[in-house]
Ligand binder design. Structure first.
Ligand SMILES: O=C(O)CCC(=O)C(=O)O
Ligand SMILES: [Fe+2]
Length: 274
């Protein structure tokens, strides 16, 4: 197994392994690298859907994503990214093409138990564009001024799927009115014990215990501060890549810039803590 570190703070690229046959020791090395680096890519994998799900279960509990219309018809735990991009009239569906590209976010903040991890397997990769960008929540927290850290300590945010703009086109109508859930904005990672800035401008509604103006102003400020310089990793996809990120300590967004007429397809799983 070879591991390289493509960016200073987060990200690792692993090669020389076959996740279809991975002993406990090798998996432990992958898992520890993931915890330390927030996001890892395992290159050059050939996987069936069943094998992808089985490998994903080694990280936690694999759960179906609430976007029912983008689930794989036989495997509800698999979300298909980049499928059915064009409607019957040939019009590009921007909700599918731009999925994950509208801004920095963490997956599953609208759930009582947010996703521990999201894992993607690259089935088709466009000739250019289509990267995924990652950034560290630990670095975001560390970079906050002491006075702001203090102000946020013990505060909780209210989160829903579509947040303040109600961007919920990928949900079925019956799933669009879930009540908000609450999470501490300064969140201690359950495995590393490190503090991170747990925030998502597209899903947060308000910060508890503040009036609307104060909450909105703080949301603006945190949006500005959530991506410090040099805390990131930009992943350029190759077919056969498996990338898993830790939603408890990293943000991500899709670049959303690839030629729409080309395929960019991933299988995706959402993983919760067991
Ligand atoms: O397609 C990507 O690069 C990432 C999309 C995304 O935000 C996600 O899968 O959670
Ligand atoms: Fe995402």
């Amino acid at each position: 197994m070879e591991i390289t570190y493509p960016a200073p703070q987060i990200g690792a690229v692993i090669s020389g392994v076959d996740v279809n046959r991975l002993g406990e020791g090798e998996f432990a090395r992958i898992y520890d690298t993931w915890l330390a680096r927030n996001v890892i890519c395992v290159r050059g994998q050939e996987l069936t859907i069943e094998a992808f799900i089985a490998y994903s279960r080694r990280f936690g509990i694999v759960v179906p994503h609430p976007s029912k219309s983008t689930r794989h018809p036989e495997h509800p735990e698999i979300t298909m990214l980049g499928i059915n991009k064009f409607d019957a009239a040939g019009k590009l569906d921007m909700a599918i093409y731009r999925r994950g590209a509208e801004g920095w976010h963490t997956d599953g903040a609208y759930d009582e138990k947010p996703f521990k991890a999201t894992q993607l397997y690259a089935i088709a990769v466009p000739s250019r564009g289509g990267d995924t960008l990652f950034s560290s929540m630990y670095a975001a927290y560390d970079a906050l001024p002491a006075e702001l850290k203090q102000r946020l300590e013990g505060r909780r945010g209210a989160f829903t799927y579509g947040g303040r703009t109600r961007s919920n086109a990928l949900l079925n109508p019956e799933d669009r009115n879930e009540p908000p859930v609450f999470h501490p904005i300064i969140r201690t990672h359950s495995e590393t014990g490190r503090k991170g800035l747990y925030f998502d401008p597209g899903k947060i509604l308000y910060i508890e215990g503040m009036d609307a103006a104060e909450s909105d102003a703080l949301i603006e400020e945190l949006t500005e501060r959530m991506i410090p310089p040099d805390a990131g990793y930009r992943h350029s996809w190759q077919k056969g890549d498996i990338v898993i990120w830790d939603n408890r300590c990293s943000y991500h967004r899709a670049a959303g810039d690839y030629p729409p007429e080309e395929d960019r397809i991933h299988w995706r799983v959402s993983i919760k803590e067991s």
